[in-house]
Design a protein around this ligand. Structure first.
Ligand code: PHE
Length: 465
């Protein structure tokens, strides 16, 4: 099935896997999406469910994905075909891989649109820094952003640009492209976030932001599904991205240690980003807040931060650097999304990397165009299916495909895959894994029950509040 040797497929060296996987995990999910969905879902309880989901659902599934990848040296469809050969269900397990490819296709299509915004804002901040900041009020920033969303040509241009960057890196392959790009990026991004977080301590909205983030209120079933769905999205789980990256992991690396590091970094960045953004939101007078953020919370990354930057000493420098880093963080995620789909055509169909990347990237771009136009440029697409085209694709992929994929991976690893295989793979590069019984328990019972229960409740229109 695999037409390439491991040498031809490529592999990560040294810290390469941790960095690439952290690069995949840390992205717009942390800096753009988490703050606004936490805001929409009322803060505290949502954050708590999200943290619990990372710990008891996300991290065990991440270990499972990476070990499936490293064991089989295959991307998702191929991996399940190899492992499921002699087990109950056989080839049918590869459906999980197919769902993953579909999810990757869907997510990348609209993710590239938002990633394009970060590139545009990088340019905008450069110009603000040189010519002076012209959008002093939150409402002013909101209006500017609205005009940008309504400009279809700009939306598609920046989306295309971003897809182009992503395809360029994926064509260069695992070591030359993916690893090199992620290596220097994460430390820089973290440092700027820390500077911003420190600055927000002293801002007027900080107390209220903390209160909002940690105050426990009621949460409904849709909010629960969203929190669990987001724990998959933010860790890049449920669609085989970690299976694919796992297939490039060296046998000297410890899978549990890498997983713990990735989950921790990812969570820290999401919480810091939210704290910073909420501080700004709650620093704005209530009346202005309502018009600016409530109607369009999905844009808070672009309608809040610039104002804070230009009040900070050194902000003139920090703000373009920040949006550049967010764009690069998005790039390390889009690379992994594209890689999942491309790797299928390389591993299972025997296409060349270049050809697979061009065809798949081109198709994903086309599918993303309606998303790019659905946020203002085309009212018909904005209202489509109640959530708009963009919102619908996001909803289907992150709230359904990823959790269902994760459910499949948990059941497969917990119940179907032989325990000696998973034990052997986990202990390779790690030594004795004392948490194995706990990990198995979570995969076998907790993950399937929790995900199944949430999906069932939402399907039945139930409410948890
Ligand atoms: N984890 C990425 C983020 O938080 C998004 C992503 C999802 C990447 C699924 C790969 C796979 O931005």
């Amino acid at each position: 099935m695999s037409r390439q040797t491991p040498e031809q497929r490529g592999s990560f060296g040294g810290l390469g896997f941790i960095l690439a996987a952290a690069g995949s995990a840390i992205g717009l999910g942390n800096i753009w999406k988490f703050p606004y969905i936490a805001y929409e879902n009322g803060g505290g309880s949502f954050v708590l469910v999200y943290l619990a989901a990372i710990l008891i659902i996300g991290s065990p599934i991440m270990v499972a994905e990476v070990l499936i990848g490293r064991r089989t040296q295959q991307s998702p469809v191929g991996a399940f075909l190899v492992l499921a050969k002699d087990v109950a269900g056989g080839k049918a397990w590869s459906v999980i891989g197919w769902l993953g490819i579909l999810a990757g296709f869907f997510i990348l299509s609209y993710y590239a649109v938002v990633a394009g915004w970060t590139v545009y804002y990088f340019g905008k901040c450069v110009s603000w820094s040189i010519n002076g900041f012209t959008a002093e009020t939150a409402a002013g920033l909101g209006t500017e952003f609205g005009a940008f969303l309504g400009n279809g040509t700009q939306q598609v241009f920046f989306q295309a640009l971003f897809m182009g960057f992503t395809m360029g890196v994926v064509i260069l392959g695992v070591k030359g492209g993916i690893e090199r790009t992620t290596k220097f990026l994460m430390p820089l991004l973290m440092s700027i976030l820390v500077v911003l977080a420190l600055a927000s301590f002293r801002s007027p909205g900080f107390g209220e932001a903390i209160g909002f983030l940690f105050h426990l209120g009621p949460i409904d079933s849709a909010g629960l599904l969203e929190a669990v769905g987001h724990s998959f999205f933010t860790l890049s789980l449920g669609m085989g991205a970690m299976i694919t990256y796992g297939s490039y992991v060296s046998r000297q690396d410890s899978i549990p240690r890498a997983t713990a590091t990735i989950c921790l970094l990812d969570t820290l960045i999401a919480i810091m980003a939210s704290l910073i953004m909420f501080t700004i939101i709650f620093g704005v007078p209530v009346a202005e807040r309502a018009t600016t953020f409530t109607s369009r919370s999905a844009t808070i990354l672009f309608t809040t931060l610039p104002r804070m930057f230009y009040e900070l000493p050194g902000g003139v420098l920090l703000s373009p650097v920040f949006y550049l880093l967010v764009a690069l963080a998005a790039l390390t995620s889009t690379i992994s999304l594209l890689e999942v789909v491309v790797a299928y055509f390389i591993d299972v169909r025997g296409w060349t990397r270049r050809f697979a990347t061009m065809v798949v990237g081109g198709l994903i771009f086309l599918f993303g165009v309606p998303s790019a136009l659905s946020l203002g440029a085309s009212p018909a697409l904005t209202g489509l299916w109640g959530r708009g085209f963009f919102g619908t694709v996001d909803y289907l992929a992150s709230n359904w495909l990823l959790p269902v994929g994760g459910l499949g991976i948990a059941i497969f690893t917990g119940w179907v895959l032989s325990s000696s295989v998973s034990q052997d793979e986990i202990e390779t590069g790690h030594g004795k894994f004392g948490l194995k019984p706990l990990w198995m328990f979570l995969l076998k019972f907790v993950c399937p029950l929790a995900i199944g229960w949430i999906i069932w409740t939402v399907l039945n229109g139930g409410d948890f509040s």
